[in-house]
Design a protein around this ligand. Structure first.
Ligand code: T1G
Length: 696
């Protein structure tokens, strides 16, 4: 018997207790243990109880085994073996029964859970479908339509809902093994035997074609949910054995797809990205009371994020009126959270009574553990604020700037305690967006960096370390791929073709839809700021300035790349933009070329990968995975590609470098290939090799 499954006979009931921390993943030892335990139980017991030790029932297959040769017994066989047992087999569930975990539970004949338990089939989030009977057994229990919803969303279903749906037979408070044993005894006392789900009638068919089309559309290039629907369809036509074979075949196509690699990369690295080797053993400073400077959109969002995490927040504005407006912004967002059920009324009341205040005096920050400045993006303004913070804040307070491109070293050097200073770059809306760039300046103390990451964790954000440069990791790379898109426009593509090509690639929005949403005045201001130091060889389109000069700033003015009509979602292409672009091409004597969607996607991605490689080479990002997580959580990069550098690995770096060199034949100023990319190609290595500690 393997140690991963403990065996204990309690009266007539054999208990198979999973002990494979941290989440009882169904690795090889667990699978072997289940089979061995079942065999032993069948020789000496009358019923079998499967339960998890520690925090949870099985949270799924062991994702660390993905990509390695499969070792028998496989999970589908284990589930079928359980289902075919002559003894009644009972699952008692606590924590999460996810993926293979729920599939094992559906292989057992009876299921009981504690009220806090959750079940689900989240495989689509890993680029696969439930491959151990989930698409066959779940629809037999709850019907095809509900199975489609649960499997394609991958959502966690609470115990109460699972009971209502029939996934669970009973829900009971108490120690999970105790309630499981009592339930098993009741089953024996009632003389009930095995009740295999596989023998239940096939579910009635639904309109699978429509569901498939809808899933493809929602997936924006991600194929797993739509493929899962085809597998569920099989449950309506095949008996359990054929259905499982059909599921297996579809599972394997997804398992061998690059999308699975991308999604698994995302799964592990969203967890790995905040674990910095340099912070091992470094204790963060205390973090209870936060100060926020500025009550604008950003400051209010940061304040709300901190309040929702249970932190005490003091907002400071320049005068009483601005403080009042800032407080009102915070209040509107919090009330929205109450309305959507994300915040209880009692918590809201507690926050408003004692957790939050907006004032017009810096002196209110004397006891703050950390102050986050979110004021106007101008060095003079920032320095004046930091001088005030230097004056009032207690010793050891962490002083952070939410600047998105200003030099954090310069801010730090302007006060008497540069070691306490760092950048905390939030993304708007700050209470929603998951990304937090923790910008480490030359003098930042290690425990201040650790405190930045502790804040990220408290706020449930994905915190990524960045060095100091214009735009840090994300906005610096964005600037490059946006420039690439702008160049394509000057050379013949339209903004609408580019938006379409990139949403087809999987981005939530195209770059020009994003620009309209953010406000075209932001890019305009940046162009003006950079103009004095700009290299004369850089191609900068004038038509965008003309749009701004005419007062068209995007959504907020009703017109930008798109025209927005009140009350309507999204916009329609603005014909004035095409006219401006054509006029500029004529001025410059440019003959428009045709760009296919593939050309657009390739150039855009090559620009992104090339700049990202430079960001890694310069140490601004420590590892390729840091860049990947920034793009995934801050810029709408499609998760199924894992991030731009994972995408590059999956495409092959040699081809990408060759394309960059080809583009350089026409513009060798913009297209300068990254030295890191060159070294990787020469050494036959990948970005992932660097993630795993390799060097070139
Ligand atoms: N395999 C391997 N490691 C896993 C794992 C898994 N399934 N789940 C979690 N871990 C690791 C994780 O990397 C982390 O490690 C630690 O456990 C704690 O996780 C045939 C093929 C269960 C809700 O997709 O959703 O079954 O970073 O920090 O916030 O159809 O983990 O500490 O080194 O996330 O308490 C389907 C994935 C698999 C569930 C717990 N199952 N896991 O959340 O802790 S595919 C899943 C989760 C499958 C079959 C198919 C969450 C959690 P480290 P954590 P948490």
């Amino acid at each position: 018997m393997s140690d991963a499954i403990e065996y204990e006979l309690k009266g007539d009931i054999a208990v198979l207790r999973a002990n494979n921390p941290p989440v009882n993943a169904l690795g090889h030892a667990v699978r072997t243990g289940l089979i061995a335990g079942l065999e032993r139980a069948e020789a000496e017991a009358k019923a079998v109880l499967i339960v998890g030790a520690g925090h949870t029932y099985f949270a799924g297959a062991d994702i660390k085994e993905f990509g390695k040769p499969l070792r028998e017994p496989g999970l589908p066989g284990v589930c079928t073996r359980i289902e075919n047992s002559p003894l009644p087999v009972i699952s008692a569930i606590h924590g999460t029964a996810l993926g293979g975990g729920l599939e094992v539970a559906l292989g057992t004949h009876y299921r009981i859970a504690v009220p806090s338990a959750k079940v689900g089939l989240p495989e689509v989030h890993l680029g696969i479908l439930p491959g151990a009977g989930g698409t066959q057994r779940l629809p037999r229990v709850i019907g095809a339509e509900k199975a489609i919803e649960i499997i394609t969303s991958g959502r966690h279903v609470g115990a109460a809902e699972a009971l209502e749906l029939g996934i669970l037979d009973e829900v009971e408070e108490g120690d999970v093994e105790t309630i499981g044993l009592a339930y098993a005894q009741r089953i024996l006392d009632a003389g009930l035997g095995p009740r295999p789900v596989g023998q239940m009638p096939r579910p009635a068919p639904v309109d699978f074609d429509s569901a498939h089309v809808a899933a493809m559309k929602r997936g924006r290039g991600q194929i797993a949910p739509a493929t899962a629907i085809r597998s569920i369809e099989g449950a309506c036509h095949y008996d359990i054995t054929e259905g499982l074979e059909h599921e297996r075949a579809l599972f394997m196509t997804l398992f061998n797809s690059p999308q699975r690699e991308g999604m698994v990369h995302a799964f592990f690295n969203e967890r790995a990205v905040s674990k910095l080797p340099e912070l091992k053993g470094v204790e963060p400073r205390a973090l209870k009371a936060i100060g926020v400077i500025g009550g604008g959109t950003m400051g209010a969002g940061i304040a709300v994020a901190a309040l929702l995490a249970g932190l005490d927040v003091t907002m400071v504005e320049r005068d009483a009126e601005a403080a009042k407006a800032g407080a009102a912004r915070v209040n509107v967002i919090l009330q929205g959270s109450v309305k959507r059920g994300k915040l209880s009324q009692s918590k809201y009341d507690a926050i408003m009574a004692s957790g939050f205040r907006a004032l017009d005096s810096y002196d209110a920050l004397s006891e703050a553990d950390m102050v986050i400045e979110a004021a106007f993006e101008e060095m003079g303004v920032k320095k004046a604020i930091f001088a005030e913070l230097d004056r009032v804040c207690k010793k050891g307070a962490v002083l952070a700037s939410n600047t998105s491109y200003l030099d954090v070293n310069e801010i730090a050097a302007s006060i008497s305690r540069p070691r306490d200073v760092l950048g905390l770059h939030f993304f708007s809306p700050a209470h929603v967006m998951k990304l937090l760039e923790v910008v480490v300046a030359d003098e930042t103390a290690p425990d201040v960096v650790a405190t930045g990451f502790a804040l990220g964790k408290a706020l449930r954000k994905i915190a990524v370390r960045s060095g100091v440069c214009d735009g840090f990791i994300g906005n610096r790379i964005l600037k490059t791929y946006r420039s690439c898109a702008d160049h394509m426009i000057m050379d013949g593509a339209s903004p609408y073709e580019i938006d379409k090509a990139m949403t087809d690639f999987g981005f939530a929005m195209g770059p020009y839809e994003v620009a309209d949403l953010a406000g075209l005045d932001i890019g305009w201001a940046t162009r003006k700021r950079l103009a004095p130091t700009r290299d004369v060889r850089e191609r900068v389109a004038r038509y965008a300035d003309k749009m701004c000069e005419a007062g068209n700033f995007g959504q907020k003015t009703g017109k930008g790349y798109y025209v927005y009509e009140a009350g309507k979602r999204g916009g329609t292409p603005n014909p004035e933009v095409i006219a401006l672009i054509e006029a500029e091409r004529a001025d410059l004597g440019v003959t428009a070329q045709d760009f296919t969607h593939e050309d657009i996607q390739r150039r855009y991605m090559c620009a992104m990968v090339n700049e990202a490689a430079m960001v890694v080479d310069e140490g601004i990002a420590r590892r390729p995975l840091d860049v990947d997580m920034v793009l995934l959580f801050g810029y709408g990069f499609p998760r199924h590609w894992g991030g731009p550098l994972k995408w590059a690995d999956l495409q092959g770096l040699e081809g990408i470098l060759a394309d960059i060199k080809r583009y350089a034949l026409a513009d060798d100023f913009f297209w300068q290939s990254s030295a890191l990319l060159e070294r990787l190609v020469a050494a036959g290595k990948t970005f992932d090799d660097l993630n795993n500690g390799d060097t070139v």
